[in-house]
Design a binder for this molecule. Structure first.
Ligand code: GLU
Length: 298
């Protein structure tokens, strides 16, 4: 088989990455991701890269970038080469977006979060929309309006068209860890689920910033990442990433989604959860060995 689907790395060196967003201090869940990816890279004699996902201009802070460097160094993790800042990659993200636009797979959207929530709550709309990986599935209000590019408009992927463009190409991904329901091995993409349960995802936000799904596939390809290790909370986003890789002709990594680290009450950790921030634990006297033990890592 020829074509972009079978693109191969020139040097398929096992390459892992840790890609935190600098919107808070790292917590135990981040430590688990970073330590797992780092160990896998070192065990394979490969590379471990750091990428700072700082595209959310409203929430990203310089001080949190410094915190990431500090916390990783404290854990004994070093990364190969300089950290990649996603904010330095805007041209590449724009080029990928333009490629999808040229394929006729996108449209502009003027809906605010509130518009979408209101449309979802309107009784005449019938059943509540499915909850997708990014929140309620977009009802498609702006699809077909043909809005011209302009300030304050988001760009969405037309999921139905994207799936039609890939029809006849069975797509899937390799999962060496497990999704939230234990999904593992070869996971085929399910077009019906993508249509009904994911829908027209945002590719560029209303403030012009590239959206996570687009940036992550473009930058994983740029960094020649062969293995993506991250929490099972991102498993539902993986079919979107796989689809975008197919549409953009990008090489396809293997994914390893790991269990989520929870607090004593069984809740998922969040950045606002200062008590489990590595910096707080360190200030209380925890050592890197204590962190590993608490995470169940040898
Ligand atoms: N930046 C994302 C986060 O901090 C992770 C992205 C990824 O691993 O794909 O949740």
């Amino acid at each position: 088989m020829n074509g972009p689907e079978t693109a191969r790395w020139e040097a398929p060196l096992h390459t892992e990455r840790f890609a935190p967003s600098p919107t808070g201090r790292l917590h135990l869940g981040h430590a688990f991701s970073a330590l797992t990816a780092f160990a896998a890279a070192r065990a394979a004699g490969g590379r471990f890269l750091l990428r700072i996902e700082d595209l959310d201009r409203g929430r990203a802070r310089e001080a949190f970038v410094a915190g990431i460097f500090e916390d990783l160094a404290w854990l004994g993790i070093d990364w190969d080469g300089p950290a990649l800042l996603q904010s330095d990659r805007l041209e590449a993200h724009a080029a990928a977006l333009a490629a999808l636009e040229r394929q006729g797979l996108t449209y502009r959207c003027r809906c605010t979060r509130r518009d979408i929530a209101e449309a979802a709550a309107a009784p005449q709309e019938g059943a509540a929309p499915a909850a997708g990986p990014d929140g309620p599935v977009y009802p498609g209000t702006c699809r077909g309006l043909g809005l011209a590019p302009g300030e304050g408009l988001a760009v969405r992927l037309d999921m139905a068209r994207a799936l039609a463009a890939l029809e006849g190409r069975p797509l899937g991904f390799e999962e060496t860890g497990a999704g939230p329901a234990g999904e593992t091995g070869h996971i085929p993409l399910d077009p019906a689920a993508l249509l009904a349960g994911v829908g027209d995802v945002v590719l560029a936000r209303r403030d012009g910033a590239p959206a996570y799904h687009l940036a992550v596939v473009v930058d994983d390809a740029f960094q020649q990442v062969t293995h993506v290790t991250r929490g099972a909370d991102l498993f539902p986003a993986t079919p979107i990433h796989r689809l975008l890789q197919a549409l953009l002709g990008l090489p396809v990594p293997v994914w390893h989604h790991h269990r989520l680290i929870r607090d004593e009450a069984g809740r998922r950790l969040a950045k606002r959860d200062d008590a489990r921030a590595l910096a707080s634990l360190r200030a209380e006297g925890a050592t890197p060995a204590d962190i590993r033990a608490r995470l169940g890592l040898a």
